[in-house]
Design a protein around this ligand. Sequence first.
Ligand SMILES: Cc1cc2nc3c(=O)[nH]c(=O)nc-3n(C[C@H](O)[C@H](O)[C@H](O)COP(=O)(O)OP(=O)(O)OC[C@H]3O[C@@H](n4cnc5c(N)ncnc54)[C@H](O)[C@@H]3O)c2cc1C
Length: 441
Amino acid sequence: MHEEDPVTIIGAGLAGCEAAWQLLNRGHSVVLYEMKPEKFSPAHRSGSLAELVCSNSLRSNVSDHAAGLLKEEMRRMDSLIMKAADETSVPAGKALAVDRHAFSRVIENRLNSFTNLTIIRKEMIEVPSEGIVIIATGPLTSDGLSHEIARLTDSSYLYFYDAISPIIEGDSIDLEKVFRASRYDSTGQGDYLNCPMEKEEYENFWRELMGAQTVPLRHFEDPKYFDGCLPIEVIASRGISTLVFGPMKPVGILNPKTGKIPYAVIQLRQENREATLFNIVGFQTKLTWPEQRRIFRKIPGLEEAEFARYGSIHRNTFINAPALLEPTLQLKKNEHIFFAGQISGVEGYIESTAMGLIAGLSASAFHRGKAFPPPPPVTAMGALVNHITSAESRNFQPMNINWGLFPALPQKLKKRERGACHALRALTSLDRWKSETLREL
Ligand SMILES: Cc1cc2nc3c(=O)[nH]c(=O)nc-3n(C[C@H](O)[C@H](O)[C@H](O)COP(=O)(O)OP(=O)(O)OC[C@H]3O[C@@H](n4cnc5c(N)ncnc54)[C@H](O)[C@@H]3O)c2cc1C
């Protein structure tokens, strides 16, 4: 590879623009392909780069929240998206919200000030076979390119829908009310936490579900669900007992506290090795977030549940990153191809941006023949890289940043103190990593 060979980036959304900025600032030439305005995804509307497709909020701006910490880390890494967001912010309390048009304008102007950037407006349906390529085409990657990615990655590792059950923070579960057991397991050890319900509790829960508000489908979302991942409220709507024959079936689950099989059981499955996160098995849903919080907190043991991630079912193109990517965000099968943004297996504006930032730095190092150690997992950026590249690939689902993705703190703290402690550890570690790693890049 020659010094002057450009890096190709496909997709000029949040991740693609951030990756381009990191590369340009390190003296690389970049060719950035964007299909708008020639072709629009079903959600994109403007011809601008880095379009925010929905909300204008980038969530919490306080660094003792995981989303706020991620922003602070990106500011320290000279992020273009964070500069633009700070310059174009509008009042939004403790959140960071932006004027979306001004935000895109700042990003375009900054990128256009580089003479070594070429922007080509066309849909890419092939990944160039020469040179370094970063794929950052987002959750609504065009069909043509999706076929190409399926070819490059093995189609069984490319998904087009998220069907996600809510994920609960482990230390918010009331362990007095739940019990450990696996179905038909007599050892008493058990891999699942089980929330038991008696008949009356179950029927009240079912009635709440039947009256709950759901998120309306977008025009491009086809409500043809796979039978294996029907929304919980759709299963419930088929009759008062359907859930006890489906995701709440109690057979083979003995409650050691009563010596009986409960009328219904909700199972919580451990989500990570540290056991800081648990998902509610089979509870993928289109209920609104406030309704999930209200109704799922009626489950015995979850009265105080903190939701690391709410359930959802939506269109989303993403790869099974733990099976496919190195921690440098390079494809295991082809080190010239990097993935960035939502397609790499994260969820959300700032998380997608962060994966653009890391892919840009990593591609710069690779271009110069240098090693790129990803940020430490105690940082928010490192926690995301760690999740997408080392989670269990069988049940892999994209994630927003949340404390459950971070290694546990050495001491048990109250919730209020936890965030500040995580933030201090992360920022100290990031500064050290930055001075050691970036000096080389
Ligand atoms: C409908 C919808 C609403 C969302 N709302 C929110 C929200 O409110 N808050 C939040 O935090 N997250 C939200 N997300 C999730 C996600 O964080 C955003 O989609 C985010 O913009 C992803 O960033 P990205 O850079 O990975 O992709 P994008 O920002 O989507 O950028 C990808 C770019 O690639 C281009 N492209 C696609 N295919 C090709 C091709 N073949 N050739 C050339 N260019 C191509 C697209 O035109 C686009 O400009 C939403 C997602 C969707 C689908």
